[in-house]
Ligand binder design. Structure first.
Ligand SMILES: [Zn+2]
Length: 229
């Protein structure tokens, strides 16, 4: 219990610090790109009949965590002037089977005019010691690596021992078939005790969403810098 309290206090303090940081970042990004509307597509993995991964204690399902995180992220983005669309906003799949569901997600993202998309997932593994958030991307666009790296850089703040890096991933239908810049974020392992503490508290999910948000801002800022040079 003591450890848990310490952890929550840590999250709280980090959140405040990041809040200040994001305020200054947002000002810069908005100043550069006020004329252009930036649309960000958020994809909350799974939903409805498709629960995704399950926690080791079987109380937590991936689909609920991905949706909550996306809703936090959506609110942060919208409050600071970004446009946001989501592949789902409730606990519903986009089709009656998994294949059509993923086709629909890809189609929604591809038909949109989004500047970037972020697909959110949470992991599971037979060994409870495996842990840590990680971002994944394909090399279809150079910007994918930059976006995945920027988000990953912030995700280390929840776990300084996380050795994972932004990683190229092929064979995921959504990543392979989207024709927009984007990446996939695995929030952590539902089968790891510490990851699960973070991902089952609203404060924890709000924190993780804020880190993804900051990564997006860093990415946009860097892209802006390039176009303004
Ligand atoms: Zn998933």
């Amino acid at each position: 219990m003591k450890k848990r309290h310490k952890y929550i206090l840590f999250l709280f303090l980090t959140f405040i610090i990041l809040g200040f940081m994001s305020f200054f970042s947002v000002k810069t990004v908005i100043a550069h790109q006020a004329k252009n509307e930036i649309l960000i597509y958020l994809d909350a993995g799974h939903g409805g009949f498709d629960g995704g991964a399950t926690s080791y204690d079987e109380h937590t399902i991936e689909k609920d965590i991905t949706l909550k995180t996306c809703l936090y992220l959506k609110s942060y983005l919208e409050k600071t002037g970004f446009k946001v669309k989501m592949t789902r906003t409730t606990d519903k799949a986009l089709a009656k089977n998994k294949r059509d569901d993923i086709l629909k997600r890809v189609s929604l993202i591809n038909k949109s005019k989004c500047n970037i998309y972020i697909s959110i997932h949470a992991n599971a593994y037979p060994s409870k010691t495996v842990k840590g958030a990680q971002t994944f991307f394909t090399t279809r666009y150079d910007e994918n690596l930059l976006l995945a790296t920027k988000i990953m850089n912030y995700l280390y703040t929840v776990d300084a021992t996380n050795q994972r890096v932004a990683k190229e991933l092929n064979g995921k239908y959504l990543l392979d078939n989207t024709n927009k810049i984007g990446c996939l974020v695995e929030l952590g392992f539902l089968t790891n005790e510490l990851d699960l503490v973070l991902l089952t508290s609203d404060d924890g999910l709000a924190k993780v969403a804020s880190l993804i948000y900051l990564g997006i801002l860093d990415y946009l800022e860097e892209q802006n810098g390039k176009t303004n040079d």
